[in-house]
Design a protein around this ligand. Structure first.
Ligand code: IPE
Ligand code: IPE
Ligand code: MG
Ligand code: MG
Ligand code: MG
Length: 335
């Protein structure tokens, strides 16, 4: 489907696997107290469930665009992954999601109060990692980190606000997913680049690449939520439909459905039987060509992302290729 798929080469695969292992090792080495058990056991549990670890990988590749010895980016990469895991604990409460990474979510396994507090603690653990970065870069990294963290909260609030609204425009949706998802992916590259010695302009271009990939990544997430293979996806398929979330799929369907079809769509979303609701909504998505529309949007966003990447003044063409390969993977992933 994507013309440059040949970029998904073995150097890329070998490197990503190596970085993922490095990150997991560092997470396993985090020293956590045993007590209170209901505060720390959920953190150990959740960090042990894996996950793709794409944000820290992006941070390390962002660093490598400008410097060697990517290990120096590891504390910041860990901070970003810990922050991401914190957002997931709270997100699963907000989305009433009982499954993630193929297992029970923390609030489902323990309870909501446990997920709130162990989530908060993950946030603190994230900041703690920032104390290990190059002190000369700390103010710039901290400013970027705080901006991103606040924007993710803004996006999550908009996501909640939109859920209670009848209509949401495509621009509003894109604004919301930029905040809840993209700024973090962009920020991983930006922070990696800052640590690697990039100036403001270069760090911003790295950010823009991640931000555009992040938008396509969230559209893929919306697609998987409805069409994913339950054995691979790790989350409940159809969850977004059940909570009437304004996803790219729902909004495209609303834009494409005219007359009777529009009434059918409203009726399908009002269906009370869970299984029937998912089946009816998806049948309408299919008739309206919604998945195809999502594919086109992802390709358009990927082009913008690569445009930013190609403007970078870096001699590391290998890393540029690896970032492109990573982008292809992220928008076609199955989990
Ligand atoms: C899930 O992110 C949250 C979104 C922004 C869609 P990932 O799909 O990267 O989750 P893990 O960390 O791999 O489980
Ligand atoms: C993810 O949005 C945004 C954040 C976690 C900040 P979703 O709610 O779509 O993510 P998943 O699908 O639960 O992973
Ligand atoms: Mg959510
Ligand atoms: Mg969610
Ligand atoms: Mg989702």
């Amino acid at each position: 489907m994507y013309p440059n798929n040949k970029l998904v080469n073995t150097t890329y695969a070998e490197k990503v696997t190596r970085y993922q292992a490095q990150i997991q090792q560092a997470l396993d080495r985090l020293v956590l107290p045993e007590q209170p058990e209901r505060l720390y056991a959920p953190i150990r549990y959740f960090l042990g469930l894996g996950g793709k670890r794409m944000r820290p990988v992006m941070c390390m590749l962002g660093y490598e665009l400008f410097a060697e010895d990517s290990e120096k980016a590891l504390p910041a990469a860990l901070a970003l992954e810990l922050f991401h895991n914190f957002t997931l604990l709270h997100d699963d409460i907000m989305d009433k999601a009982d499954k993630r990474r193929g297992q029970a979510t923390v609030h489902a396994k323990w309870d909501e109060n446990v997920a709130i507090l162990s989530g908060d603690t993950l946030f603190v653990l994230a900041y703690d990692q920032l104390t290990y970065i190059n002190p000369a870069k700390l103010p710039a990294v901290m400013r970027a980190f705080n901006r991103i963290a606040r924007e993710v909260c803004e996006g999550q609030q908009l996501d909640m606000d939109y859920q209670g609204r009848a209509e949401v425009s495509l621009n509003e949706y894109l604004h919301m997913i930029r905040l809840k998802t993209s700024v973090l992916l962009g920020g991983c590259l930006e922070i990696g680049a800052i640590l690697g010695g990039a100036d403001e302009k270069q760090a911003h271009l790295a950010y823009v690449f991640g931000e555009k990939v992040g938008l396509a990544f969230q559209i893929q997430d919306d697609l998987l939520d409805a069409y994913g293979d339950p054995k691979k996806f790790g989350k409940k398929v159809g969850g977004d439909i059940l909570v009437n979330k304004h996803t790219f799929l729902r909004m495209s369907a609303e834009a494409l459905a005219l007359g009777e079809m529009a009434d059918d769509l409203k009726a399908a979303y009002a269906e009370t039987d869970e299984k029937a609701k998912i089946t009816r909504v998806k049948a309408l998505f299919d008739t309206l060509g919604v998945p195809q529309k999502a594919e086109l949007k992802k390709q358009e966003l990927l082009k913008l992302a690569f445009g930013a990447l190609d403007q970078l003044e870096t001699t590391q063409t290998d890393v540029v290729h690896q970032l492109k390969a990573l982008a292809f993977y992220l928008v076609e992933r199955e989990s």
